[in-house]
Design a protein around this ligand. Structure first.
Ligand SMILES: [Zn+2]
Length: 325
């Protein structure tokens, strides 16, 4: 199949976000709306070939697009882990069991379309830069506070990958030297205290009832002293970490996303206060919630697909994509 980038293409692209639990694929129309979304398991748990599962989803999306009368011009696939975006290779991603997977070549052979392979968090940063909470800014930071914490550092409108494609791993920034152990082998890391997953684990470790997620802990703030203490530690740790990042990068804005950001002012209020307190001699940058939430990486994948296909990405493109919680 030859690439469809000529006059018959309708400006639609395919966008796939591969996660540790599920993979989401969408047909994204020329205006950036997600028109048709398929969610399938990542096939990591049942021992099936996880790379084949991604290829099957991509072929299915292409077939669905043709059935629905769309003519996709390209495809963007984003994954967690260490991604060599220039080579289109996933070097290593532990939670989806990928190692040195030449994803761009494999999907390109399957679909005959231009393919972009990207990092999920950096793709989320691209979406926020083009049409979200970082729109119009030369530089900003995006921190999704989910299972773990990784930052996307956007400079001159582009996410910084780093020398070994590992920029932004701020979840393992020490906020309490010699503090509680982290899965990475260090102690006192930010994500032990302030990721949605870390907060829930810490609540149990300190004697709380198991089964509460970060949202339930936030809701128990007024009635449960342990929930209150764990939440206060999280906002304090975030304020400290964001102060370090502010002093290093002087960002125009810091955008928080992920499960913890859904707590709204209960999170943003105390984090703003802790950040300002840690920056005595200078103003703190603005702190805002993500505009796209859980859809950000997929919108970013669509932007990457358009660029790979040679299609323009105007300012604000993708702003109409629905926001998933
Ligand atoms: Zn760590």
């Amino acid at each position: 199949m030859t690439p469809v980038t000529g006059p018959e293409a309708d400006g639609s692209v395919l966008a796939v976000d591969v996660g540790g639990t599920t993979m989401k694929g969408s047909i994204v129309d020329g205006t950036g709306r997600l028109r048709h979304t398929v969610v399938v398991p990542s096939r990591v748990a049942d021992g099936a070939d996880p790379v084949e599962a991604v290829r099957v989803l991509c072929r299915r999306l292409r077939d669905d697009a043709l059935t629905l009368g769309a003519t996709p011009a390209g495809i963007g696939v984003v994954t967690p882990g260490i991604i060599d975006e220039a080579a289109g290779v996933v070097r290593y991603a532990s939670n989806i069991r990928f190692r040195d997977v030449p994803l761009r070549a494999l999907i390109g052979d399957d679909l005959g379309l231009p393919v972009a392979v990207g990092h999920d968090a950096r793709a989320a940063g691209i979406a926020e830069a083009v049409a979200g909470a970082g729109r119009g800014l030369d530089n900003f930071l995006l921190l999704p506070l989910g299972t773990g914490i990784a930052a996307t550092v956007v400079v001159h409108g582009l996410p910084v990958p780093g020398t070994t494609w590992s920029a932004g791993e701020v979840g393992h920034m020490p906020v309490h030297p010699g503090g509680e152990p982290c899965s990475c082998g260090q102690r006192g890391c930010l994500e032990v205290y302030a990721s949605a997953g870390g907060l829930a684990r810490r609540y149990v470790r300190l004697g709380g009832a198991p089964g509460l997620d970060s949202r339930a802990i936030a809701e128990a703030y007024e009635t449960d002293p342990l929930a209150r203490s764990v939440w206060d530690d999280a906002t304090e740790a975030l304020g400290l970490a964001l102060a370090t990042l502010t002093l290093t990068l002087d960002p125009a804005r810091i955008v928080l996303g992920g499960g913890l950001a859904q707590a709204g002012e209960q999170l943003f209020g105390p984090v703003r206060k802790a950040l300002a307190a840690a920056l005595a001699w200078r103003d703190a940058p603005e702190l805002l919630p993500s505009a796209f939430g859980a859809t950000a990486a997929q919108v970013g994948a669509a932007v990457l697909a358009r660029r790979a296909a040679g299609l323009p990405v105007p300012d604000g493109w993708g702003a109409l994509a629905p926001v998933a919680s």
